[in-house]
Design a protein around this ligand. Sequence first.
Ligand SMILES: NC(=O)c1ccc[n+]([C@@H]2O[C@H](COP(=O)([O-])OP(=O)(O)OC[C@H]3O[C@@H](n4cnc5c(N)ncnc54)[C@H](OP(=O)(O)O)[C@@H]3O)[C@@H](O)[C@H]2O)c1
Length: 243
Amino acid sequence: MPRLEGRPVLVIGATRGIGLAVAQELARRGARLGLTGRDPERVRAVATELRAWGKAVDVRRREDLVEAVAGFARDVGLYGLVYNAGTSPAFTRAERLSLEVWDEVLAVNLTGAFVAAQAFAQRLVGEGSVVLVGSVLGFRGGGRLAAYTASKAGLWGLTRALALDWAERGIRVNLVAPGWTETEMTQGLREHPHLGPALLREIPLGRMARPEEVARMVAFLLEPENAYLTGGFYAVDGGVGAR
Ligand SMILES: NC(=O)c1ccc[n+]([C@@H]2O[C@H](COP(=O)([O-])OP(=O)(O)OC[C@H]3O[C@@H](n4cnc5c(N)ncnc54)[C@H](OP(=O)(O)O)[C@@H]3O)[C@@H](O)[C@H]2O)c1
């Protein structure tokens, strides 16, 4: 029997890349799925394909994000939350990083995760599981990626704080930290004639992750059977973090 059978799980940022792979994996495992993305057409298309509840949300609009969690709770129920939305619009040295970009990256990657998780915990009755999608750069540091690195390191702190606050309520909180993964976010790098091959040499397993490989870890952490896992981070990085 699929191990998430009948469990309502909402994925924030699920219409492409890792988030889409997570939604597909959760649907396969029998979850009652909810998903968000920014583009209403894409949300409709993916929700229809996966027979999911869907809502278009820009996570920088906090009231909309809270309303998405509340709407899913009302319409479907609540057991799991995956916060996958993330952005990395600038690859630039810290002294040239604008505060506008800093604010945007922190809003999407970190504040959105807190807003969604808080709205989830405020409405959840009974046990639950939250998975935040961080990055291996949140532990290692990424050159020319000050805002992104800070936001992902912040998610690791947030994971532990929420796990402690909510353990007695039976809400588990874990962080999945992907390494380089084959999505639109890394397309430019992969296609770059020098940076692409140089990057692959840095990965002990010699290739980027496929989105499905990250998705399987997210699904594993959500499963009620894995009830003793909370406050942890789980790298899916081809060995990069071992360096
Ligand atoms: N690819 C990698 O190498 C890698 C490595 C480590 C960690 N990660 C993390 O994995 C997660 C997924 O990344 P990905 O590689 O799948 O990237 P992606 O293809 O660029 O997808 C980014 C996701 O974030 C959502 N998003 C961005 N800004 C948003 C906003 N303002 N409001 C709502 N949603 C927003 C996007 O939604 P829309 O579709 O609506 O734009 C999309 O679902 C991110 O948190 C990323 O930081 C990726």
